[in-house]
Design a protein. Structure first.
Length: 337
């Protein structure tokens, strides 16, 4: 159980990673508060319990507050009575900020981490025009059912797409559910961990009930290249939804598309406070299998979660792996009337 002093407890760890001189607001930092090693014993009195300062979405070119409700339906046209849906994805090398003052040399699809949440409907024909604008070879590997040459792995079909190269992946949208896409070049863990991934939603033909829909891609960043993560998040920026809670309406159905893209750690989890949700593993069935408040996911695993908040107020959600929560993977819903 994580309480209000959560992030204060986390700060000695996160603190060491983050240049923070002169950044302590609210007069919380005094000379005596810091040890000689520069580690702060805690941020009592700071305006929020997360990191000091905030990440500027304008500098990153993406904003977790928008990513959470940003679904990319691409362009569509009819070809012989069939709907063809198309997207352009470009791999680009780009430095991003994953926590205040913590820069990370990411590899991105379309300049953002996670890449765009691609959304289609069961049975459509999908085309993904991939251009490699990075200095390294990459691919796009989609989860789904398709032919090998469009699977986006080295050595099969077009294999690695070299810098400056391009390829159009093409397949049918099946099965319906919540999937993912990511680079599959080797070393695989590095190509994924650097940021080349995104959520891929295939809606069932009949759709799902109306809801306030949210996408949460759980990720992490190995900022010192020791093959362990120093920063954890949903949608990339540590504590983003603590600093700016996700606002939802009381009583309204909320649907969360939850994907685990974490590398280097085998398991991740999502826990909601003061509430329970229906769980649809991989989103491939229309009936939930569970009514619970915590879901654990291995690497590449995903679930659709549905819930309603009966009361207004602030409700925490976080990885129930406490270390992850303390290093950025926590946030709040703000429930309003
Ligand atoms: Cu790659």
């Amino acid at each position: 159980m994580l309480g209000g002093s959560l992030a204060a407890a986390s700060l000695p760890v996160a603190h060491a990673l983050i240049p923070h001189e002169g950044l302590h607001g609210q007069g919380a930092a005094s000379a005596s508060e810091h040890g000689s090693n520069g580690a702060a014993p805690g941020h009592a009195g700071a305006a929020h319990r997360g990191l000091v300062g905030s990440v500027d979405p304008a500098v990153n070119g993406f904003d977790p507050a928008r990513t959470v409700r940003d679904f990319d339906e691409g362009r569509t046209r009819r070809v012989g009575g069939r709907l063809v849906r198309e997207w352009d994805l470009m791999a680009e090398d780009k430095e991003i900020e994953v926590a205040p003052g913590v820069k990370y040399a990411a590899w991105t699809y379309n300049g953002r981490v996670p890449g765009p949440t691609l959304r289609a409907t069961e049975g459509e024909r999908l085309r993904i025009n991939f251009v490699n604008g990075s200095d390294h070879p990459h691919t796009v590997h989609f989860h789904g059912i398709h032919r090998d040459i469009h699977d986006g792995i080295p050595g099969v079909g077009p294999g690695n797409i070299e810098p400056g190269g391009s390829f159009t992946y093409e397949f049918d949208a099946e099965p319906f559910g919540l999937h993912l896409y990511h680079c599959h070049s080797t070393p695989l863990a590095d190509h994924i961990a650097k940021g080349l991934y995104g959520a891929f939603i295939i809606d069932p033909r009949g759709g799902r009930p109306d809801a306030d829909e949210l996408v949460m891609v759980q990720n992490g960043f190995d900022t010192n290249f020791d093959r362990e993560n120093e920063i954890y998040a949903v949608n990339t920026v540590a504590f983003a939804y603590e600093q700016q809670p996700i606002r939802v309406k009381r009583g309204e159905l909320v649907r969360i598309y939850l994907v685990n893209m974490l590398e280097f750690d085998l398991l991740n989890s999502f826990h909601i406070h003061a509430n329970f949700f229906d769980r649809y593993p991989t989103g491939t069935r229309l009936e939930p299998t569970d009514f619970t408040d915590t879901v654990t996911q291995g690497q590449g695993q995903r679930d659709i979660l549905e819930l309603r908040f009966p009361y207004t107020g602030k409700y925490m959600f976080h990885a129930h792996v406490s270390e992850f929560a303390e290093l950025g993977w926590m946030g709040f819903f703000e429930v309003v009337d």
